[in-house]
Write a protein that binds this ligand. Structure first.
Ligand code: FES
Ligand SMILES: [Fe+2]
Length: 439
């Protein structure tokens, strides 16, 4: 439970808000590379700011104010030419920093460059364009694994969700819900492409009350969930909260389980929840596999219902097309086979911005509680003029050096917080012998 004031501090991220100041200290996804054509500017709203992105003649992305400094027409309708983006109203030309470099209607008077606009640094790699909307020089890029593998090993996608970013990310770090929301009933198991394996579904269904423990790290939280697997072993999953709006989880299998064994620990998936406004956000999915290319077609199959605008036609108005017959026979939630649709339903129905003063939390909400504490601490740090957690500005240890996402069978005698995972982990990745471990 949170007071309304604290809830506002971590859910409101528009310009000038304390939460917005905190969120702007981090690199944030602004677009998928494939959304941005060579001469087609893209209208983007990010953290409540209306912006436009375009590629210059060398293909580099630039992110500037959406509205022309002259009389504020929308530059996403503009022409990409002459080293910038030209407004179609009176032809003013803006460069990649948002500055006015030509005012042709002004004749000779218009030649001087005007420092009027705003531009934000961008970084494009492996299908994703990140932007930094904060003050001063951007921090160094976190060492996300997806930046460290060939593009063939990375899958990117995004889906629009009609709710605040924070409640959606709370779902990622809440291991208990896997035994309910995402559970498939026996009868439907084999026909379900997205099921990781019958074995995992069984574990989730048979022990629905996992032991959850959490430790704080340099990047956020490492979350352990243990479910009884045999007389002597637990099935343990490590998931992670990454400051301030992402996670690293064992997500979808990255190859088709009908033709390829499940490579349980060969990579991980980030779900990255980026505010559009306070009441809408993009869920970016960035999956990477360490050891081999992933199966792009298989990964895409889970997003078959996503339209060309990255919106899906399941929403509160059509009750997410929930199927009561499916609920009786095939799945717990009756929302089809794609996990992200199950998640979309439960987080959107919490309301546009979840009222955290009216919750009643349980012991399995431990990570959710700690995440909110870390976010509130980060907001306070920025207010006090300090860097928040996981913003790396200087040389030295990377905050993600001990980011580990694992699923393992573990002896019940092993203490969950005892650092056991270091035995299975080297150089920022699970040991090669673990990749291909089958749950
Ligand atoms: S409004 Fe853009 S050039 Fe006049
Ligand atoms: Fe989920």
């Amino acid at each position: 439970m949170l007071s309304q004031e604290d809830n506002d501090r971590i859910t409101r991220t528009g310009p000038g808000t304390p939460g917005g100041a905190m969120m702007r200290r981090y690199w944030q996804p602004a677009a998928l590379s494939r959304e941005l054509g060579a001469d087609e500017p893209l209208a983007i709203t990010l953290l409540g700011e209306d912006l436009v992105m375009y590629r210059d003649d060398q293909g580099r992305p630039h992110l500037i104010d959406r509205y022309c400094p002259h009389r504020r027409s929308d530059l996403s309708f503009g022409r990409v030419e002459d080293g910038g983006l030209r407004c179609i109203y009176h032809g003013w030309l803006m460069d990649g920093a948002g500055q006015v470099i030509e005012r042709p209607a002004e004749g000779a008077r218009g030649r001087a460059c005007l420092k009027l606009g705003t531009g934000y640094p961008c970084h494009e790699a492996n299908g994703l364009i990140l932007a930094y909307l904060g003050p001063g020089e951007p921090p160094r890029l976190p060492a996300f694994h997806y930046l460290d593998v060939p593009e063939s090993h990375v899958f990117t996608m995004k889906v629009r969700q009609n709710c605040n970013y924070l409640q959606a990310n709370e779902g990622n770090i809440d291991p208990a819900h896997l035994s309910f929301l995402h559970l498939f009933l026996r009868e439907g198991v084999n026909e379900n492409l997205n099921l990781r394996s019958g074995a995992l579904n069984d574990v989730l269904g048979e022990d629905r009350s996992p032991t959850i423990q959490v430790e704080e790290t340099d990047f956020g939280l490492r979350i352990f969930a243990a479910r009884s697997y045999s007389a002597d072993t637990n099935f343990v999953r490590i998931t992670n909260f990454l400051m301030p709006n992402s996670c690293a989880i064992q997500g979808s299998p990255m190859t088709d389980p009908r033709s390829d064994p499940i490579h349980e620990n060969s990579g991980y998936q980030m779900n990255w929840h980026v505010p559009i406004t306070d009441e809408t956000h993009w869920k970016y999915v960035v999956a990477c596999r360490f050891d081999a290319p992933l199966d792009q077609d298989f990964m895409l199959s889970a997003f078959a219902e996503v339209g060309p605008d990255y919106v899906i036609d399941r929403n509160r108005e059509n009750r997410f097309r929930q199927d009561r017959e499916e609920m009786r026979t095939r799945s717990f939630a009756g929302l089809g086979s794609s996990f992200f649709i199950h998640d979309k339903c439960v987080v959107e129905t919490q309301g546009a911005i979840l009222d955290r003063s009216r919750e009643h939390l349980g012991t399995t909400d431990l990570a959710v509680v700690k995440m909110r504490q870390q976010l509130l601490a980060a907001v306070a740090a920025v207010e006090a003029g300090n860097e928040p957690l996981m913003v790396d500005r200087y040389d030295g240890e990377d905050s993600l050096a001990e980011l580990v996402s694992l699923s393992l069978e573990l002896d019940k005698a092993e203490p969950l917080l005892g650092g056991w995972w270091r035995r299975f982990f080297a150089g920022g990745k699970p040991l090669a012998s673990l990749m291909g471990h089958r749950a």
